[in-house]
Design a protein around this ligand. Sequence first.
Ligand SMILES: *Cc1c(COP(=O)(O)O)cnc(C)c1O
Ligand code: SF4
Length: 333
Amino acid sequence: MIPQTDLSWQEESWQSALKNLVTDANELCALLQLDPQQLDLSPEAATQFQLKVPRSFVARMEIGNASDPLLRQVLNVKDELLQVPGFVSDPLEEHESNPLPGLIHKYKNRALLTVSGACAIHCRYCFRRHFDYEANNPGSDGWLPVLRYIQENPEINEIIFSGGDPLNAPDRVLKKLTEQLKNIPSLKRLRVHTRFPLVIPQRITDDCIDWLSLFSNTVVVLHINHAQEIDKHVAEAISRLKSAGLILLNQAVLLKGVNDSLKDQQDLHQSCFDLGIQPYYLHMLDPVKGSAHFDVDKDVALNLYEEMRGSLSGYMLPKLVRETPGDIAKTPL
Ligand SMILES: *Cc1c(COP(=O)(O)O)cnc(C)c1O
Ligand code: SF4
């Protein structure tokens, strides 16, 4: 990989990194020395779901490689406009389990809070790309009804911060919310699903570690899809989380052209484990409109998984699952 000449992003705070994202496909191509004509770009796809990628993530893409696995996750291409039967706007039917704005209570003991509608990166395969975050924004004192709901449903013992990406919110907001949740005796665990340590590693500040440590059991679920996403800055951020005693898990999505080979999967789960991150789930793609070109056929996935089973230590093998609307939990394949 050829180092990029502009390394100023390394000195930035996470807030300024967020303001300084790459949002233009032509700029992205220029940074990677790629000819935009060869990439099947679709401005229309970017109108539906904006191109958005932090410079620190771009720096981990290989210069001149049009099929780079990190690039493929973020580039707006014509394939997204294909209408494919079965690929819909709300594949998980989450509106069915959305009792209050900001709250998704689908599985008995755990409830998910959409803490922030925004993300630092736009992953083209995201099942929330059509999610109505505006309607689901609880507003300034809007967490009160959600906190009351949790209090009134003591079978909920775990809260999941999700989004969007929850770490998109300021630490001050996250700290206040965590403190309020900490006061609910039935809650035993906090879980945070985020891509920030991967995409803007400087997000893991002291203040962030501070509220993450309020619960005695906090699980941080990273969403790493490819070993190439991990560089020394990411490893540092992960080491900070690890040193704070947090439990780190990884959840990946199986994506065609990104991580659908045995080598990709081996490298990913071994690299995670060696950094102290336990492989958790390997998700089949949710059939969201615009993402069909990432779909790996079920039989192909099962064959790959069988090869993984023969090539990875048992404790490094993530569970291969898909999300099925109405099921009591994620569905194993
Ligand atoms: C995936 C998911 C969870 C967490 O499920 P686990 O199997 O415990 O990881 C919780 N709530 C919702 C709405 C989810 O989609
Ligand atoms: S919610 Fe997660 S997968 Fe979706 S765009 Fe945001 S960071 Fe990417």
